[in-house]
Every structure is written in structure tokens, then in C-alpha cells.
Write a protein that binds this ligand. Structure first.
Ligand code: AHR
Length: 502
């Protein structure tokens, strides 16, 4: 089987915003406690943060991490997480039916972000609270000093403001599961008022309003239209979320889900355009895809934990999906979609980062390791910086329940002009056939293959565990060649690859 791709130096989609490789950490399960924070762990630093986790996170070169939720934020009092630890209250977290010790709050999270070299993206509570808590939190985080909240921050040990630019106006407010859930009009008005107040403090903030929790929500896409009609002039991004699942164990169909993702993005992009024209506005709004990942492996266990749980445990093992090789392909496809839609998707956050539906897993007192999906995320984040190329791909395809034709070969291309580097991320969705793929490199200086990474596995369901951390991992490829301005590479069945040319 054969596929062809045309890459032309002059045909680019957009500069990729680095923040499309962001991540998310919520006070949920063992993400914070036993995830990033475990003071008794042998690798813990002076702040109690796990060094082994920090190493895995640093390697990912994540530009931004969203915090503190998620559903958690909709009943969170950020003030509970400041001041002397021993005086911080334990609260009941309604979203996940757990106890929150507040041992980690904004100071500890900010220090951790500085240690791993990432920026904070903060969410305010628009579920149980509103404009007042948002403006106070903003003042605490970003005001230099000389006011009640900024002086309290200084008293609590942080002199300089953190100057956080990105702020989420609540979380998934369209969802009836959300504490303080609202309809689109109610939420739109609250979000507009909150945004207005936050901008009175600082016009240069980047504000993200809640879009839909997923594209099967009954309110989608009217939610986006109504919310944007209220907020268009006051915000910069609309947030989307989507999780991917292979519940009926149908791999071809599962891998076709990136079509659904693409349609979701396209629909919201056109809704943004509709509202823009209705308002006769010159301003553009972009998408912040601030929760995405595969999520379904842990559903049954979570139901058992939550249903059988009459108490309020602290940091139970919730949402601990153990990812397999097939999920590598799905995550590669999702990231390819974001690269191809970099004209409109400017921020995206893998949800989440540690233990909770995450590329990194830990054992209490034990090791931290990379799950299978760590690798496609790593390759895209580290090597997918530059401009997205408008590729023309011809590949045989197949039908799924999501689309009439899903091409076997899925590819994205990134041109980094500063480094003179071309990077291709390729997924073969074919179950049994290798696909000989030829990429015509138009307008690029010849060059040679400088890096080639391949992920295949005879068992789609193979996983990495604490005891077998390297079961699924990339290996160096050796079959990619350049001749006569064409890159030739063979894509084994069900494979993920990265090929770099300079
Ligand atoms: O990431 C897990 C949860 O998924 C988040 O708390 C919520 O926003 C979404 O429904």
C-alpha cells in the first residue's frame, strides 16, 4: 500500500502557539498528593516535591500548566491553600467526594512550576463563587504590593507577584455535574462581568471562557454561540474539552475519533466567526482545548471507589488509567489534529499530567515512570515547535462510525525556520499493512534525516507498569531516506513515527 504527501515551504497553516503543548493538574485523586507532592518520598526536595516526577515533567518542556481544576475549582476556596500549613482547613471536595487537606495551594504550585520551568494558567471558581473571589485571587497573585491581598501574599513569603497571564473563567459550566452549573445565558453574563472586573485590574490578561464539556452535550453548539454573544468583547479564548475512549474494543473506530475532534474544532471555529460577524467585530477569539486525553480504562474502578465510598478519603486512586500501545496512536492523532488546526487552537492541555489520566504514574514511596502516551506527547512538545505545514496527503482509507473516509496515514508537518528543521509526525491506522509513504519536499533544501523514532508493538494492549517501565517505548528507526527531494518512509501497521529532516 502507498501514500503520498506534499509539503511545500510556502504553504503554511499558522505559527504553532507553543502553549498547544500545555498540561493540566487538578486537586483530584493522587495528582497533587503522591503525584507532584510527597514530602516523605526519597526524591522529595525541600518543598516536598518529588524529584523523580519533576525530572519526567521537565523533559516534556511543558509551556503552561492549568490549575487547580477541573470540577474541583467550582467549589474551591483558594484562600484555604495559603498561610501556615498547619492552620489550613481540611475541606470536603464535592466534585470528587474526597477530603482536601490544602497542604498544596497557590504558593507550592507556583514554586513547583518554577522548578519544572513552566508557566501557570489559573482557573477561578465561577460555580459556588463569582466576581469577588476572582478579583481577590487576581490581586493576590498579580499585584506587586500595597493592597490587602498582595500584602498578604508578601506576608506569606512571596514578595514578587507571579504575573499570571492566562485565566480560565470557571470550568465546564455547561455540565449538570458541575457545582453551581448554569445555563448559557446565566454563565455568559457572569463570565462577562468577571472578565470585565479582571480587565479593570489589567487589560493585558488573556481570558478563557467555558465552551462545551464535549461535543455530545445537548447544549452544544448553542452554548458556544450564546456564551460568546455575552462575552465576545471581553475574552480571548473559548475552552473546549474532549476525552477519547475505546469502550467497545473496536480499534479502527477508536482511531477514527480524531475526525470527531476535527469536526468539533471546525464547528466552534465557525460559531466564533458567526458571533464575530454578528457583532461586526474586528477581534478574533481562539480555542483553548484545555482538557484532552484518552479516558476510559479506569471508569469501572472509579465507579467502585465512588459508589462504595461512604467516607471522604484523601487522595484516593481515582482516574488512574493505565495506557496501552493503542493509546499511543490515539494521542499521536490528537496532537496531529491540533497541529493542523493551529490556526484556531492556540492552547491545549493534556489532562492530566500525573497519576490522574496522565502520561506520568507514581507509586507512593516508589518509582515514577512514563506511561505509553508520554512518548507522542514528548515528541510533539519538544520537536513540534514552529509553523504547521499545509500538507496535501493522499492515502487509502476506511469507513468508521465517525466519517465515511478516514485515511490510513495521518500526518502533520512542522517547519522550524530558525533551525532549518522539518519534523513529521506520522500514524499508520492500518491493522495489518505497512504503507510506503513518500513526502515530496517542495522548496526545502535537500537535507538528510537527522532523527527517526518509531513506536510499534505486537500487542495493542501492551502497557508500562512500575515493574516493566519500558515495555512500550520508542526505538530509533533506520528506513527513512531522502532522494530527489523526496522523503521515503515505510510505516508499519499500527505505528507512530517522528521523522526529522535538516
Ligand atoms: O480531568 C478530569 C475531569 O474531567 C475534570 O475535573 C473536568 O473538568 C472534566 O470533566
Amino acid at each position: 500500500m502507498k501514500a503520498t504527501v506534499i509539503a511545500n515551504k510556502d504553504y503554511t497553516i499558522s505559527k504553532i502557539d507553543d502553549r498547544v503543548y500545555g498540561a493540566f493538574l487538578e486537586h483530584l485523586g493522587r495528582a497533587i498528593y503522591e503525584g507532584i507532592y510527597e514530602p516523605d518520598h526519597p526524591s522529595a526536595d525541600e518543598n516536598g516535591m518529588r524529584g523523580d516526577v519533576m525530572k519526567l515533567v521537565k523533559d516534556l518542556d511543558i509551556p503552561v500548566v492549568r490549575y487547580p481544576g477541573g470540577n474541583f475549582v467550582s467549589a474551591y476556596n483558594w484562600e484555604d491553600g495559603i498561610g501556615p500549613r498547619e492552620e489550613r482547613p481540611t475541606r470536603l471536595d464535592l466534585a470528587w467526594h474526597t477530603s482536601e487537606s490544602n497542604a498544596v495551594g497557590i504558593h507550592e504550585f507556583a514554586d513547583w512550576c518554577a522548578s519544572v520551568g513552566t508557566e501557570m494558567m489559573l482557573a477561578v471558581n465561577l460555580g459556588s463563587r463569582g466576581v469577588d473571589e476572582a478579583r481577590n485571587f487576581l490581586e493576590y497573585v498579580n499585584h506587586p504590593g500595597g493592597s490587602y491581598w498582595s500584602d498578604l501574599r508578601i506576608k506569606n513569603g512571596r514578595k514578587e507577584p507571579w504575573n499570571v497571564k492566562l485565566w480560565c473563567l470557571g470550568n465546564e459550566m455547561d455540565g449538570p455535574w458541575q457545582v453551581g452549573h448554569k445555563d448559557a445565558d446565566e454563565y455568559g453574563k457572569l463570565a462577562a462581568n468577571t472578565a470585565r472586573a479582571m480587565r479593570m485590574f489589567d487589560k493585558s490578561l488573556e481570558l478563557i471562557v467555558c465552551g462545551s464539556s464535549h461535543s455530545d452535550m445537548p447544549s452544544f453548539p448553542d452554548w458556544e454561540r450564546i456564551v460568546l454573544e455575552h462575552t465576545y468583547d471581553h475574552v480571548d479564548y473559548i475552552s473546549l474539552h474532549m476525552y477519547f475512549a475505546n469502550r467497545d474494543d473496536n480499534t479502527p473506530n477508536y482511531l477514527g475519533l480524531s475526525h470527531k475532534l476535527d469536526r468539533y474544532i471546525e464547528t466552534v471555529a465557525s460559531t466564533i466567526r458567526q458571533v464575530k460577524h454578528k457583532k461586526r467585530s474586528k477581534k478574533d477569539i481562539y480555542i483553548s482545548f484545555d482538557e484532552w486525553n484518552v479516558w476510559y480504562h479506569s471508569n469501572k474502578k472509579d465507579r467502585e471507589i465512588l459508589d462504595g465510598n461512604s467516607g471522604w478519603p484523601h487522595a484516593p486512586g481515582l482516574l488512574e488509567d493505565i495506557y496501552n500501545f493503542e493509546d499511543v496512536l490515539m494521542v499521536g492523532l490528537i496532537l496531529n489534529t491540533f497541529i493542523r488546526r493551529s490556526d484556531v487552537v492556540k492552547i491545549a492541555c493534556i489532562a492530566q499530567l500525573v497519576n490522574v489520566i496522565a502520561p506520568i504514574m507514581t507509586e507512593k514511596g516508589g518509582p515514577a515512570w512514563a506511561q505509553t502516551i508520554y512518548y507522542p506527547y514528548y515528541f510533539a512538545s519538544v520537536f513540534g515547535r514552529g509553523s504547521a505545514l499545509q500538507l496535501v496527503t493522499s492515502s487509502p482509507g476506511y469507513e468508521t462510525t465517525h466519517a465515511a473516509d478516514t485515511s490510513y496515514v495521518d500526518v502533520s508537518g512542522v517547519h522550524n525556520e530558525d533551525e532549518g528543521m522539518l519534523t513529521f509526525f506520522l500514524v499508520n491506522r492500518h491493522p495489518s499493512e505497512a504503507i510506503e509513504t513518500e513526502v515530496s519536499l517542495q522548496g526545502f533544501a535537500g537535507g538528510s534525516v537527522t532523527d527517526h523514532q518509531v513506536m510499534t508493538h505486537p500487542d495493542l494492549k501492551a502497557v508500562n507498569t512500575a515493574g516493566k517501565q519500558d515495555e512500550v517505548k520508542p526505538r530509533k528507526g533506520d528506513g527513512a531516506r531522502i532522494a530527489d527531494g523526496k522523503l521515503s518512509v515505510s510505516l508499519p501497521p499500527y505505528s507512530y513515527q517522528m521523522v526529522r529532516v535538516q
